[in-house]
Design a protein around this ligand. Structure first.
Ligand code: CTP
Length: 406
């Protein structure tokens, strides 16, 4: 399959000696059937001419916010909406730094900030610049925002030094883009339910029992599923994170009971569900109307058990549906996780240990261990939650394939 056929690609070129390779890159993209529009920074024009790029891309090259000849506005918003991919190659350390910080002082950067499509970049710079902590932090910031970083190769650099920093070869960039678009289709036509965030159990009109879940892990999973082409119903407790992808439909709920109802409803038509919410296990038996007045004596709340959403879905799960649960454990981690896997009839369980630094609630990273129902156990390193979400979705795809074959 020609993965790039018909794809609309905005190629941003920045000031780097590797800009000459952008000519080959455009030729290859056009040969693959992609439509390419080129934006160049002023510095890029010192390395390769707009005429060369316009000829190869068969489209006018954009540099300024306004066409100096007739004053027409080059709409960065429209370009960002038009594209299926915004690729910056070569991406200089300067442009990467500006992208990471949201600086918008040229057309390439305003296009980046208004792009709704996926973004990829191929860094090109000297080895020391590439290795510098400031640059590495910028790359990490972009990675956590789901920018695909096409790692530079090692070899001879323009400075004469040897090391990592050479822009990846155009053929290899095209290969990575093909794989990227292929991944985007992996779950097309599929529908997933994801639960995320905490639940709030009302005590009275102003007080509730809640927990510290930020919803970040569940939202990252919804985002990853959507990026692979799935439609996602995200049943979310009260959180401050937002869903970005257009394939995600968010259903906001507050209590465990509301989450249960929304999840059961959505699961019926879903191909799978990921239960990432930290659902309250208990809820006040009586919700007081108005605000409880303070007394000088102790207050006893009677709590009732909430319904276990994952277990309820496990009971009605069809053979072709995948059900994934989480276990946040403080002790006897693996044994407890395996018990939940069995009791809730899950296909696999994602274990977070409260004893691992950087894992769990309210952080941007996570360290997980996945155990599936056949007993296979895989431990992963500490990673940003977006990367953890990718590992979980890879496992969902592997498990679904097995179900279909088996
Ligand atoms: N879960 C759920 N509904 C509940 C409680 C938990 O759907 N009422 C789901 C969670 O979303 C998670 C899995 O069940 O995917 C395990 O949740 P966890 O809180 O670790 O375990 P519990 O079953 O609540 O048991 P315990 O709190 O005793 O560890």
């Amino acid at each position: 399959m020609r993965m790039l056929n018909g794809k609309k690609i905005v190629l941003g070129i920045t000031g780097s000696i590797a800009a000459y390779k952008a000519a080959v890159l455009v030729r290859l993209l056009v040969k693959e059937g992609a439509e390419v529009k080129v934006i160049m920074t002023d510095a890029a024009k010192q390395f390769i001419t707009p005429l060369t790029m316009a000829t190869l891309s068969k489209n006018p090259v954009l540099v300024e916010f306004f066409n100096p000849e007739n004053g027409d506005w080059n709409s960065h918003v429209k370009l960002g909406l038009w594209a299926d991919l915004f690729l910056v190659a070569p991406a200089s350390a300067n442009t990467i730094g500006k992208m990471a910080c949201g600086i918008a002082d040229n057309l390439l950067l305003t296009t980046y900030l208004s792009a709704k499509c996926p973004v990829a970049l191929a860094p090109a710079m000297d080895l020391d610049m590439y290795a510098h902590a400031a640059h590495q932090q910028n790359l990490e910031a972009l990675r956590t925002r789901n920018v695909l970083i096409i790692e530079p190769a090692s070899g001879e650099l323009a400075s004469g030094l040897q090391g990592k920093g050479r822009m990846e070869e155009p053929e290899k960039i095209v290969e990575q883009l093909r794989a990227f678009f292929e991944k985007k289709q992996q779950l097309s036509g599929k529908h997933f339910l994801v639960t995320a965030g905490p639940t709030y159990e009302s005590i009275d009109a102003v007080r509730f029992i809640g927990n510290y879940s930020s919803g970040k892990m569940g939202y990252a999973i919804a985002e990853e599923l959507a990026q692979r082409g799935a439609q996602v119903t995200l049943v979310s407790g009260p959180v401050s994170v937002c869903a970005k992808h257009q394939n995600i439909k968010v259903e906001k709920v507050s209590s465990a009971e509301e989450m249960y109802n929304a999840a059961v409803r959505a699961f019926e038509a879903a191909d799978g569900a990921v239960m990432a919410a930290a659902v309250a296990d208990f809820t006040p038996e009586e919700k007081q109307a108005g605000k409880l007045k303070r007394k000088n004596s102790a207050l006893t709340l009677k709590l009732a058990a909430t319904k276990d959403i994952a277990a309820a879905l496990g009971k009605v799960k069809r053979a072709n549906q995948v059900l994934v649960g989480f276990a946040l454990e403080a002790a006897n981690e693996q044994a407890n996780a395996e018990k939940k896997l069995r009791e809730k009839n899950l296909d696999f369980i994602v274990l977070n240990s409260m004893n691992d630094a950087g894992a769990g609630f309210n952080v941007d990273t996570n360290k997980i261990c996945i155990t599936d129902k056949s007993g296979t156990k895989t431990a992963y390193d500490l990673k940003p939650k977006a990367a953890v979400a990718a590992d979980i979705v890879d496992k969902i795809i592997a498990v679904s394939r097995k179900e279909i074959k088996g």
